[in-house]
Design a binder for this molecule. Sequence first.
Ligand SMILES: [Zn+2]
Length: 148
Amino acid sequence: MKFLCVECDRQMAFEERQLPGDGTLAAAFRCPQCSRVVALLTNPMETQLVASLGVKIGGATLPPQPLEMVRGMVTTGRDDAFDEGREPGAGSGPIWSMEARERLARVPGFVRGMVKRIYADYAKDRGIAEITPAVMDTARNELGLEGM
Ligand SMILES: [Zn+2]
């Protein structure tokens, strides 16, 4: 959060900050050239919002991380959330070669089950009994799944 002294076209410097007990926040910024001072006063809800974004008034501003909550939910989710519990080789699904399993293991956990299923469905649709890295390459090109 920065203030610009329009008159001088100078960025104002953070001067002081008060956090009264009632939850309001006041921060003063002074123009280094003309010494004009502006104060920012926020209500408790705004203070809470700013605090929750990790923004430090006057100090270093941390990059906000709006996806933090989503990321936390995803990383604590089950790896096989999209997998429907199908074991490779068991039942109707195709089997996975050792190399293909190793490659699959490098896929980020939260999408691994989904990626595995995409390849399994691809192989099944084409009557491929064993998924190998070559099959994965072909599927990736055909399905446009670069990076999976
Ligand atoms: Zn000024």
